[in-house]
Design a protein around this ligand. Structure first.
Ligand code: HEC
Length: 291
């Protein structure tokens, strides 16, 4: 099979790639649709064929945007576990942008239907409104697509080749201490996804003065003393907090209790000496206030 074809077939098997491919239909349709919508408005008296063409294009645009959103949901499900907090939040923003596209396109389609009316004023005003709507939709789509592009190329979302590089900076897993590997694969994601948005240097002051972005922070601990004692999970405050053993200290604060598997992983990590590998924590853009 020619490589181009086999690459294409490969890509069809990957939800994120499928989403990106389907997503090019609305991009092209919106860019082609806008000039035709303007033409339909200018040719308003005799332009029935043009108006029908524009109507069909915006119908297709609504359908293909809906399909893109749907393919995007599937892609999100496929990569959900592998995202860091910041990428996760950007992805949600992307979804919010994307979900609106088909509704806007359908709105322009409705205006196009109205523009088929006989009444001149109705026809004129609705076809110019539709043209303006077409410009708005094209702008919205280009912005959404650009946002998606940055997620892929800037953050590695949905790229199997890049994702491991983003999630774990080391490609030397083979000769790595298994405890370092365990930290990178199991522990760091738990901390990043559930704890660090409050327990980071900028916010620690309001979170028991406990900074969990470095091992030094955990060992020094917060107002109640060390958060972990390597080798002794039973005496580590962090374990008390995630197990909800103390009614006054239940972490993550304001969130659900961690899954048992994560709690067990934290316990194993502390038992094995709390081996750490330095990493850079980037606080999420829209950080929530600690409760
Ligand atoms: C929404 C913000 C928030 C999140 C998320 C969060 N914490 Fe906390 N944490 C706090 C606040 C605030 C305190 C101060 C004590 C209190 O008011 O309960 C605290 C205190 C603690 C303490 C006690 C510090 C001390 O010395 O008194 C530990 C241990 C702790 N958190 C562990 C965790 C762990 C582990 C996670 C993730 C599983 C987590 N926290 C997630 C806000 C948060």
């Amino acid at each position: 099979m020619p490589p181009l074809l086999s690459n294409f077939i490969d890509a069809l098997g990957q939800p994120a790639m499928r989403h990106a491919m389907v997503g090019h239909f609305p991009i092209v349709l919106s860019l082609v649709g806008f000039p035709i919508a303007v033409w339909a408005a200018i040719a308003s008296r005799n332009g029935k064929a043009v108006r029908l063409t524009a109507l069909v294009l915006y119908g297709l645009l609504a359908v293909s945007s809906y399909a893109t959103s749907y393919a995007g949901d599937l892609a999100h499900d496929a990569i959900r576990g592998s995202l860091d907090q910041q990428t996760h939040e950007l992805l949600e923003e992307h979804e919010e942008l994307g979900e609106k596209v088909w509704k806007f396109a359908a709105g322009v389609g409705v205006l196009m239907v109205i523009s088929l009316a006989r009444h001149r004023t109705v026809r004129m005003s609705s076809s110019w409104l539709a043209a303006a709507g077409g410009l708005f939709v094209a702008g919205w789509i280009v912005n959404t697509a650009d946002h998606g592009g940055r997620l892929v190329y800037g953050h590695g979302a949905g790229t199997p080749q890049l994702a491991p590089a983003v999630v774990q900076p080391a490609s030397r897993t083979q000769d790595m201490d298994p405890r370092v590997q365990f930290f990178g694969e199991r522990i760091r994601p738990i901390l990043v996804n559930n704890c660090l948005r409050c327990h980071n240097p900028q916010r620690a002051r309001r979170a028991g003065r406990l900074d969990q972005t470095t091992i030094a922070g955990l060992l020094t601990g917060g107002i109640s003393g060390p958060a972990i004692i390597p080798g002794r999970p039973g005496e580590s405050l962090l374990m008390t907090a995630v197990r909800h053993e103390d009614p006054d200290l239940q972490m993550p604060s304001g969130g659900d209790k961690l899954p048992e598997a994560d709690i067990a992983a934290l316990e194993k990590w502390i038992t094995d000496g709390a081996v750490w590998e330095a990493f850079e924590y980037v606080p999420p853009v829209r950080a929530q206030e600690p409760e």
